[in-house]
Ligand binder design. Structure first.
Ligand SMILES: Cc1ncc(COP(=O)(O)O)c(C=O)c1O
Length: 348
């Protein structure tokens, strides 16, 4: 097994903090299948409150959360969900939706920041009046947009999409896996975005630092159906309060410190930009993700990732670039070490 000195592969690699481990050890638990795990129930209440929705449902993964969210609005096999081409639901999860729910995607090509032009969304939603075959049930948006660099979908841009969705009488689901990163970067409350969507999900297991779990949030009646879907998808996870206890700590302390991850990501980008000229514009780093094009230094992304690994630095290949993600377990010294590793691999 590879031991990374500095693990920047994702913000999912974090280890539970001492406070989380304590909370987990002391967690009051029950059986979540019966809805009687008090710690799960508390996390769900806290999550709903934090995002300004009536109810929330704690599930094992972000993928399950999205799959429940999409299915909730889905009216018929073979119908479309409209989403940005490289969004997580339309790329990584595309086969999950096909297998679990028979969902097909009508994708819209976003700009380099993953932003969909409202007119393109409107065109994708347009009735197939001539043939009456294409039916779109839902628009799915992602914030932050992972494959486009952890970019922030502005409230104004979301409102513009809301407008065209309303005109087509189609609801919106938000993949807010990292919505708290967006909020921290924009200096706004998450409810600025969540009030514009019908359902949403966020992960406590990413930037917020919990070991496991995501929350699907929305109106109480839809969340009752979401609970049925959670069991349908195999997510009845019994004494999950052990995990929810860490989620509660993450939700309490996580959002307030995300700006530190963003500052470190920016500094990492500045350091790498000096070593890999033209490989990254630090100005494009909006949250905790740093994407580096290695072509200027004559390396493929995989070669760079392999050499970084030899230096003890973990990175991944996403969207044809080397992706590094800062998180709660990355300190200033780790950023220095990662920049030094880039210097070493470029020097050869
Ligand atoms: C934007 C986005 N949505 C959803 C997911 C799925 O989360 P999980 O890995 O917990 O299934 C991810 C995972 O990286 C993600 O980046």
């Amino acid at each position: 097994m590879i031991e990374y000195r500095v693990d920047l592969r994702s913000d999912t690699v974090t280890k539970p903090s001492a406070a989380m481990r304590r909370a987990m050890a002391e967690a009051d638990v029950g059986d979540d299948w019966f809805g009687t795990d008090p710690t799960v129930n508390r996390l769900q209440e806290r999550a709903a409150e934090a995002v300004g929705k009536e109810a929330a449902l704690y599930v094992p993964t972000g993928t399950m959360a999205n799959q429940i969210g999409l299915r909730l609005h889905f009216r018929g096999t073979g119908h479309f969900v409209v989403a940005e081409r490289s969004s997580h639901v339309a790329s990584t999860e595309v086969t999950s939706s096909a297998v679990l729910s028979g969902i097909a995607f009508k994708t819209v090509a976003g700009d380099p920041r993953g932003r969909m032009e409202p007119a393109d969304v409107a065109a994708a939603l347009e009735d197939d009046a001539l043939y009456g075959v294409d039916v779109a049930d839902l628009v799915s948006v992602e914030n932050t947009h992972g494959h486009s660099g952890g970019t922030v979908l502005s409230v104004e841009d979301l409102r513009a999409i809301r407008k065209v969705a309303d005109e087509a009488r189609v609801p919106i689901h938000l993949d807010g896996a990292r919505i708290f990163n967006a909020a921290a970067a924009a200096g706004l409350d998450v409810t600025e975005w969540t009030r514009e969507v019908d359902t949403m999900m966020f992960c406590v297991s990413k930037g917020l630092g919990a070991p496991v779990g995501s929350l699907v949030c929305g109106p109480a009646d839809l969340m009752a159906e979401a609970r049925r879907l959670k069991f349908l998808f195999g997510g009845g996870w019994r004494q999950a309060g052990i995990l929810a206890a860490a989620g509660l700590v993450a939700l309490e302390v996580g959002p307030g410190r995300l700006h530190e991850d963003h500052e470190r990501a920016r500094r990492l980008a500045e350091g790498v930009a000096e070593v890999v000229p033209g490989g990254i514009d630090p100005e494009t780093v909006e949250t905790n993700m740093v994407y580096v094009d290695t072509e200027p230094v004559g390396m493929t992304p995989l070669q760079a990732i392999g050499r970084l690994e030899d230096e003890g630095v973990g990175a991944t290949l996403v969207s044809g670039k080397v992706r590094m993600v800062t998180h709660v377990d990355i300190a200033d010294a780790d950023v220095d070490a990662a920049i030094a590793a880039w210097r070493a691999i470029v020097a050869g």
